[in-house]
Write a protein that binds this ligand. Structure first.
Ligand code: NDP
Length: 259
């Protein structure tokens, strides 16, 4: 299937590793050019070099912290200079670990800025570019935890739920400007981060532990691959998904326990 993405410009945050890197590679495979972002300069530059070389597309790295207004402006300006965004995937994010009783206000605000304000600021800035190019698509990467919380990360659950609601509100506004907005809620996706955390927790036995996590949570009894999720995300951002507006899609191997 031709997804119709050749020559488009996709902006992907949190793209130096894991899901964001997978999404960037999947766009590049379809012939889309990219602006990719993360904080770590070396890693994001390396990712951009590898993507350009592998897929023969233009890929610009932008080292910036999207949890700040300045970092978002930096990404928005870079996308404008690179030709203007057609697609935006808000992906930068990370898990948390706390109790409500013990977590500080600062911790709440840090996650709010990363999971919600980054999406607010970037979508606001990039929408003008998309509109000028005749429309576009935005995808917010929330989490299954936005609707089915894990007990040890209340800040993550709450801020991802807020991102999902923001995405719905934004979609109503943006469709009038020719921009489709959707949310994806992944379940367990096997990333280097999951592997490293599990190694720290369980040492040599880490693969057994990963399997136990999958057995406990996902009906399919395995983690999803980055590629399985990335393909879905790229399809949703493509003109082939033109009637998908303001929806939230679970990619979770049966982890969600409600209809
Ligand atoms: P990783 O930790 O593997 O990658 C996170 C990426 O985001 C890195 O490139 C990191 O680079 C970047 N990043 C982190 N903070 C910032 C910031 N403030 N500004 C810019 N870039 C940032 O995460 P995953 O790939 O696992 O997760 C990606 C997204 O998917 C997250 O939003 C996560 O909540 C969501 N998700 C993941 C699931 C999973 O099972 N893996 C399940 C459900 C949702 P750097 O540190 O250099 O900035």
């Amino acid at each position: 299937m031709d997804l119709g993405l050749k020559g488009k410009l996709a902006v992907v945050t949190g793209a130096s590793k894991g899901i964001g890197l997978g999404i960037a590679n999947a766009f590049a495979r379809e012939g889309a050019h990219l602006v990719i972002n993360a904080r770590g300069e070396e890693a994001i530059e390396k990712a951009a070099r590898e993507i350009s070389a592998r897929h023969r597309v233009r890929c610009l790295s932008v080292a910036a912290d999207v949890a700040t207004a300045e970092g978002c402006d930096y990404v928005i300006d870079a996308a404008q200079d690179f030709g203007g965004a057609d697609i935006f995937v808000s992906n930068a994010g990370t898990g948390s670990n706390e109790t409500v009783a013990e977590a500080s206000d600062d911790k709440w605000m840090d996650y709010w800025n990363l999971h919600v304000m980054a999406a607010v600021r970037l979508s606001r800035g990039l929408a003008d570019q998309m509109e000028a190019k005749g429309g576009g698509a935005m995808l917010m990467n929330a989490s299954i935890c936005a609707v089915q919380p894990l007990w040890y990360e209340p800040i993550y659950n709450t801020t991802k739920a807020a991102l999902m609601m923001f995405s719905k509100c934004l979609s109503t506004e943006m469709i009038k400007r020719g921009i489709r907005v959707n949310t994806v809620n992944p379940g367990l996706i096997r990333t280097p981060d999951w592997e490293n955390t599990t190694r720290e927790l369980r040492g040599e036995d880490w693969e057994t532990y990963l399997q136990e996590v999958a057995d406990e949570h996902a009906d399919i009894r395995r983690f999803g691959t980055v590629e399985e999720l990335a393909d879905f995300c790229v399809f949703l951002c493509s003109p082939r998904a033109a009637y998908s507006v303001g929806s939230a899609y679970h990619v979770d191997g049966g982890m969600l326990k409600t209809v």
